[in-house]
Design a protein around this ligand. Structure first.
Ligand code: IPM
Ligand code: MG
Length: 353
């Protein structure tokens, strides 16, 4: 029987995760759920942002539904004790090297974008971010003080296996979409980037039906603002993917709408909304639960192999939006109804039938 470990985390994490779990229970009552701590709350209760016991449970379940981690309370802790380290550790421990971050514009929400409607209408892209390598994990790292001169460093490292597998993820995904992979790099300056490109080029012939383009990361940041609808799959190393996925998310105007999946081999996966813990509105029943609910759709599809149920969830979210229901982050126009977190979750479950 399928088991999912639920890690609500900090800030608005528990509120949005509760709504996501309710959707999952309604659609898949056979799936066993179990809950544990991650992030700041785990630091407070267990002395570390991710305990060994939780790692063991996560490996056992294989599938994780996560809320968000972090908050001002833990911002002053030393780097290895910060809530974010919990997230980095669970990705690494489960081998979740492929992070899929779709950015799509819901028609009814196109006016919520900070960009003009014509720059965002039709945006349907996925950032494929390498998630367990690169500068976020490379050694040597940390303070490297010299006599009389304070210094710090991080290291960007990739080996050919790491690049090849994430490249294949991107190409495979593109095959079911618009068949374009845009590889994001900074090869005009970084050797590791030139190496990354070389491996991606070697993999490309395995997918003759997919077009491969290369784009410098700085220029990609610009094109995302000017002409995002042209993109399909953006293949990114860890750091570039982190940055561009926030940009891509924002141009859709609905950070609170976007889910993500982090996948590894052997059916392992972690599913989470891409928004953070939003401590400023935590505990006030204001957060938008739709990204968490759409993360359940990704869990159903990629984790549990139930694409039909995933489609039902997406449809229910769309119906709810089309019916004019909005949480505060989405901006409210005439004839639309402002709802809190719980009421929004209830509307989606109602639409699920
Ligand atoms: C993300 C976040 C994390 C990351 C942080 C919280 C460690 O920004 O998932 O994009 O950088 O990967
Ligand atoms: Mg990020």
């Amino acid at each position: 029987m399928a088991r999912v470990l639920v890690l609500p985390g900090d800030g608005i994490g528990p509120e949005v995760t509760a709504e996501a779990v309710a959707v999952l229970r309604q659609l898949a009552p056979d799936v066993q759920l179990e809950e544990r701590l991650i992030g700041g709350c785990a630091i407070d209760a267990e002395g570390a942002p991710l305990s060994d016991a939780t790692v063991a449970r996560a490996k056992d379940c294989g599938l994780v539904l996560l809320g968000a981690v972090g908050g001002p309370k833990w911002d002053k802790l030393p780097p290895n004790l910060r809530p974010e380290r919990g997230l980095l550790r669970i990705r690494k421990e489960l081998g979740l090297y492929a992070n899929l971050r779709p950015a799509t514009v819901f028609k009814a929400l196109a006016d919520a974008s900070p960009l003009r409607r014509e720059c965002v209408e039709g945006v349907d892209l996925v950032v494929v971010r390498e998630l367990t390598g690169g500068i976020y994990y490379g050694e040597p790292r940390g303070r490297d003080d010299q006599p009389g001169l304070r210094r710090a460093r991080n290291t960007e490292v990739y080996d050919e296996r790491e690049v090849a597998r994430i490249a294949r993820t991107a190409f495979r995904l593109a095959q079911d979409r618009k068949r374009l992979v845009t590889n994001i790099h900074k090869a005009n300056v970084l050797e590791v980037s030139a190496f990354w490109n070389e491996i991606v080029e070697e993999i490309a012939p395995e997918f003759p039906d997919v077009r491969l383009e290369h784009q410098l990361v700085d220029s990609a940041a610009m094109v995302l603002l000017r002409d995002a609808p042209k993109f399909d799959v953006l293949l990114c190393p860890n750091l570039f993917g982190d940055i561009l996925s926030d940009e891509a998310a924002m141009i859709t105007g609905s950070l609170g709408m976007l889910p993500s999946a982090s996948l590894g081999d052997a059916g392992r996966g972690l599913f989470e909304p891409i928004h953070g813990s939003a401590p400023d509105i935590a505990g006030q029943d204001k957060a938008n639960p739709l990204a968490a609910i759409l993360s359940v759709a990704m869990l159903l599809e990629s984790g549990l192999g139930r694409p039909k149920d995933a489609a039902r969830v997406r449809r229910a979210v769309e119906l709810t939006i089309d019916a004019g229901y909005r949480t505060g982050d989405l901006g409210r126009g005439p004839g639309q109804t402002l709802l809190g977190t719980r009421a929004m979750g209830a509307k989606v479950r109602e639409a699920l039938g």
